[in-house]
Design a protein. Structure first.
Length: 300
């Protein structure tokens, strides 16, 4: 990837100071630069980012992030320092303006530089969704503005999905959907991307699906596991039939979303409640490890 270089005039404009101030900072050793054969100062994005972080410069790095978004050194620095709040702020600022391409680029660049999918979805996507929802609930943004932001996030996940590495199918089919009363289609799409990255064949039934349609798909497609997003008002005992159908091949029911408040011990119908994407990834790892152990015990 081509390294980004800035001139003294660029830095002056970005940091809102005179060019003489920029030159003084370089002379004092506060701001790194190098000189071209002609004697002109050039600045690397990483050095600018380090300067703003080290000296607590008034302009937040997130305001300049779009200009740095193609610079791997800056992205790696943000990831190493776990400044996920910076990434979430950039995501929100792009989403609220309906810039799906910028959101997709953000997801893609941090993913290519080593940020795991569960962290992207838990620390960048989810805080953005919450901030958009909170602002709408408080009347600070309109329903139209919220829809614009959500559409940008939804489209960005579709674009992002194309660059996510997906291994060959492991021969396991999973069904995921939001059940009656839960309309969070965005997190559902992110869930599908995460599961596909683990080699699962995903059947995404969409948001606010009826329980009847869930049962019909379980009967016809016989998924190995089912992931459901449900609202607090959803009666978990309604899943008895689904659990019975899945039990024929030791299928599991995993619930995410607002039902994280439900205690697993309150019903034998749910195998686990996952409140984060990290927990979902952990479930798949645990199932794989347990299956491997069982297979080894059979061989022995």
């Amino acid at each position: 990837m081509t390294e980004i270089l800035f001139t003294t005039a660029d830095v002056s404009q970005m940091l809102q100071v005179d060019k003489s101030t920029v030159k003084r900072w370089t002379d004092e050793g506060k701001l790194k630069c190098f000189r071209t054969p002609g004697g002109h100062r050039k600045f690397r994005a990483e050095d600018l980012y380090q300067f703003m972080s080290e000296f607590n410069y008034g302009i937040s790095p997130l305001n300049l992030y779009p200009q740095f978004a193609s610079d791997e050194a800056v992205i790696r620095r943000i990831i190493v320092k776990k400044e996920y709040n910076v990434l979430a702020s950039v995501c929100f600022n792009s989403a609220i303006q309906g810039k799906q391409g910028d959101v997709a680029k953000l997801f893609s660049e941090v993913y290519r530089n080593g940020l795991a999918l569960p962290i992207i979805f838990d620390e960048v996507l989810r805080p953005t969704l919450k901030r958009v929802g909170d602002l709408n609930n408080s009347g600070k943004i309109s329903d139209a503005e919220m829809q614009l932001a959500n559409n940008a996030l939804s489209s960005a996940i579709i674009l992002f999905s194309d660059i996510v590495i997906k291994p060959g199918s492991i021969g396991k089919r999973v069904l995921c959907c939001s059940v009656e009363g839960d309309n969070n289609e965005i997190e559902l799409k992110a869930l599908a991307v995460l599961l596909e990255s683990e080699g699962f064949d995903v059947l995404n039934l969409g948001a606010s699906a009826s329980l009847a349609s869930v049962l019909q798909l379980i009967a016809s497609k016989q998924p190995h596991h089912v992931y459901l997003r449900v609202s607090d008002s959803f009666d978990l005992t309604q899943l008895a039939k689904a659990k019975e159908m899945l039990s024929t091949h030791d299928g599991k029911i995993f619930v995410m979303g607002n039902a994280q408040k439900v205690q697993i011990s309150s019903t034998p119908l749910i195998d686990r409640v996952c409140s984060t994407f990290k927990e979902i990834a952990g479930v798949q790892h645990d199932l794989f490890v347990r299956k491997t152990i069982d297979q080894n015990e059979i061989k022995n």
